[in-house]
Design a protein. Structure first.
Length: 158
């Protein structure tokens, strides 16, 4: 008789905890989803920042070439626009859209090399990235984050 009573108690104990797993899952699943979304978002931000750095490097390298010297070219605005278009095209391949006004080109940036001062080309790109996945932002607006990419190359002229 004692064995039958123990079995009955064990069955009742298991039955009373039947919904506990569902409740624990309901509590933990949204937290896990937020953690997963945050990790994914951080990865996308790191990717975008790396693309901005690479585009700035490409723009600075292109700007440092002798044929792109704004001070010697007949039409400085056309040369500046050519440099900006190069950066915009690079970012377009990475599915990032920036305006020409978000790209700053300075071809008279001073560089100190072992006590000698030379000029370089500095390109800075400013990009406002919406937080949370771009398609989801319309449903959950969380604001924007400003990312910058900067690179400097020594000019091959001067």
């Amino acid at each position: 008789m004692r064995q039958a009573t123990n079995r009955l108690i064990n069955r009742k104990g298991r039955n009373s905890e039947k919904g506990a797993v569902a409740i624990e899952l309901a509590i933990v699943l949204p937290l896990f989803a937020l953690l997963l979304l945050g990790t994914f978002e951080m990865g996308l931000m790191a990717r975008d920042h790396q693309a901005l750095q690479n585009a700035a490097r490409e723009g600075a390298r292109f700007s440092a070439l002798p044929r792109n010297d704004i001070s010697l070219s007949g039409n400085a605005s056309t040369t500046l626009q050519t440099i900006q278009n190069r950066v915009i095209a690079y970012l377009g391949n990475e599915k990032i859209t920036v305006a020409a006004g978000d790209i700053d080109v300075n071809q008279d940036y001073p560089l100190n090399l072992g006590g000698l001062t030379v000029t370089g080309s500095k390109v800075t790109i400013t990009y406002n990235r919406s937080l949370v996945l771009p398609g989801v932002t319309s449903f959950i607006p969380l604001g924007t984050l400003q990312l910058k990419g900067t690179a400097v190359f020594r000019n091959f002229y001067n």
